[in-house]
Ligand binder design. Structure first.
Ligand code: ZN
Length: 206
């Protein structure tokens, strides 16, 4: 493994984890972010039980596409299976962000898709479906996540009573999508406090 490339990728994962934490996209040790190293089958992910804000070179593990640790010490996040599955499924994917961001998760708690009330959100996301409940870390959850991303070209998915999953070509894009999903969920919730969200003419608007 190219040590220099590994260090650069770890720095990127640390930077994006801290950014996501400061944006309030997850709390405590919840959620996990993974990065696929360019041109390789190596995935970086934080060790289980460590918070995004505490991401350090020492608690980031390198795993293969089966989730087996190939560098670093510790146990990878319990969701590593579907993170790796998503990299196998989506060839161009360079990063996966799994957050527990509260407004988007509120939609997931009631089993509703995020209402894409702004033109920007619709353009970026098209649709953010929700899958049913399965315990975190379970094979069943893995099947639900991979099944949903295999079924249609979505960029974001809600997990009932749990959180959000986004996929991007790199950490910047995956985090950008996670931010848009959360802010759109907030807009939709606030808009409903004021009245019924308006629908304007937009090609393909649902
Ligand atoms: Zn989770």
């Amino acid at each position: 493994m190219d040590k220099k490339a590994l260090q650069a990728a770890k720095s990127q994962l640390i930077m994006i984890s801290q950014r996501g934490y400061h944006r309030g996209l997850t709390a405590g040790t919840g959620g996990n972010i993974s990065l696929r190293m360019k041109g390789s089958d190596i995935v970086l992910i934080q060790a289980s039980g460590s918070a995004w804000i505490d991401a350090r070179e020492s608690n980031i593990l390198a795993v293969d596409l089966d989730g087996k640790v190939v560098d670093g010490e510790g146990i990878p996040s319990k969701e590593v299976k579907w993170h790796c599955g998503l990299f196998r499924l989506r060839e161009g994917a360079g990063a996966v962000v799994h957050s527990h961001s509260p407004a988007a998760t509120a939609f997931a708690v009631v089993g509703k898709e995020v209402d894409l009330v702004s033109a920007t959100a619709y353009k970026a996301l098209k649709r953010v479906p929700v899958v049913g409940f399965a315990p975190p870390g379970s094979d069943e959850l893995s099947e639900l996540v991979l099944g949903a991303f295999a079924k249609e070209p979505i960029r974001a998915l809600l997990l009932q009573n749990h959180g959000v999953v986004t996929v991007g070509k790199d950490v910047y894009e995956a985090m950008y999508i996670a931010e848009v999903v959360e802010d759109t969920a907030k807009m939709a919730l606030w808009a409903r406090q004021l009245g019924e969200p308006l629908r304007y003419s937009f090609p393909g608007w649902p």
